[in-house]
Design a protein around this ligand. Sequence first.
Ligand code: GAL
Length: 677
Amino acid sequence: MKQQFLFDKIPAMLHGGDYNPDQWVKYPEILKKDIELMKEARINCVSMGIFAWSMLEPEEGRYQFDWLDERIESLYQNGIYTILATPSGARPAWLDKKYPEAMRVDSYGQRNHHGVRHNHCPSSPAYREKVREMNTQLAKRYGSHPGLILWHVSNEYGGACYCPLCTERFREWLKKKYKTIDQLNDAWWSSFWSHRYTSFEEIEPPFQNGETSMAAMQLDWKRFTTWNTQDFMEEEIKPLREFAPQVPVTTNFMHLYGGLDYAPMAKDLDVISWDSYPFWHRPGESMGHTAAVTAFSHSQMRNYKQGQPFLLMESAPGLVNWQPFNKIRRPGVHRLSSLQSVACGSDSVQYFQFRKNRGSFEQYHGAVVDHEGSDRTRIFREVAQLGEDLAKLAPVAGSRVKTQAALLMDTPNRWAVELISGLSEHKEMMETVCAHYESFTSSGCDLDVISSDTDFSSYKLLILPMLYMISDELGEKLKDYVKQGGVVIATYLLGYVGDTLLAHLGGFPGANLREVFQIWNEEIDSIYPSERNAIRTGDGRLYEVRDYCEVLHTEGAEVLASYEKDYYRDMPAVTLSHYGKGHAIYIGARVEEDYLKKLYFKTAAALGLPVCSLPENVEKHVREDEENLYTFYLNFNDQRVSLHSVTPGGDLLTGQEIGDTAYLEPYGVLCLKSPKS
Ligand code: GAL
């Protein structure tokens, strides 16, 4: 079988990162040294030009490419490939001076001054034109360079602009969606507080000192912001595809970022990439938890393209500069964290950044090469060591994580939950979703994180945490999934509203799911943060409950656990229903993770998923190709642990054969290759 690589030119894992030679053009010795150090660290690709606009076009229409020509060519001559960015993430001062409409307007209606980055107006025709001209130049000049492997469009798209141009586009977008103002009024329930509109021209964005009471409008504004950003991104991509159609395109996404819905944006990209900066070593948080939250994002990223390997585009080998306290990673953690991304489906480890800036905002941000400038630093040596590890993991490149369990996480649903006014302030949507992810994966099985437009049929189990907003179509899709034999586990807040936040009439869970779960959720009790209740399971065990307790009635469902106290004492808290060929479990309260872990382990085992017992703070992930399994065990403890019931195989990192018991050193990793049976 031929191994499938993301890039034919690099038949291996990618290793490298952001490289900003535009800041060092006056230091030829340093530029020369960079290539030497890259080779020593086994770096095979770098991302360039991300914020280089003022060096690429120092004055309007005067392009300056010589420094970039030289870099791309020299790197290529030394076996190092280029990921080339479009520089739209930050603008030169001349551009803002001449085209002030490119500067974003904030949510109070005030226009920004020139400065910082990631703050352009996505609607501005002038900015779109400048970007088109720049991207055309780049595509024509470098599109067929043999050293170029990928376009990196802009950088971490995000935020929203509230300017008159965006307002006008918002109105157009709404007209297209609702056709008539009457239909918009109905969808937004705008007769409340006399907020009915008589024409689209009356609609403004949800300014902070304006309309903040209408959740449906705010939700549409967020959808519009994604649409408008995506539209800008598509315009950025056009000249690249026109003049360099053979070069794939990515943009770098962010961890748990809630400003945009990445799912539709991902469809425009050839490769998914993201920037991962976990808060390792945070007091009061286990390394295992930090790792699980990171693995959640890895899973989400790989599933934006149905399991295709993604790229870890940025990570910090040492410290970052934007946390309140920037604790440096302990020796060994860089390797562990990097190999976790590979275990979860990444075909790269890339850094921000290769060489530390001499000045300005990110002067103290960690980098592969320190201000000291040599290979003698601990961090350089750890990076070089990882370069060797990645070379040994070349056989894993192109393989995929495959699992039969998935967790549904739609960004618009996250927005909907965040927009609920009332109930509990402790919404903790992402914490909850990650807690379910962590509880499930403690069984040793991988879990896909998917959006609702995914085909559910390859999964035996679907987890639906806080799936509050369910359209009639999604309700039907879920119903059909269970009817055909699927198993769903859902929690409190299931199906309260449709996709414009109008409550489903006829009892929750709505969207026809009452029939599937065979319960009626009559009311929800949002208890104070200091209060607790508990649920009691059939075996008499108690599990603590906080924040949310729904008062349920069974309409055929079996009761798996009931409340311990309050006026709903002994009433159902967790239920199980059989529907069609499948079944549906409902968890009506925010119950402690210990319960979730047991429930998930038992359910996964009953479905024949490959569960196993793992020590605390140890992760297992499996990648596979047609012939082999690559089983990763990762130890997030600073102590040695022993493993039992290991999937035996040859450790690609050490060359040793491992049987069914093994040790993992502190922060240690195993990658066991075994033939598929
Ligand atoms: C990322 C960004 C990089 C750099 C890095 C620092 O979010 O894309 O340009 O600023 O953070 O951690």
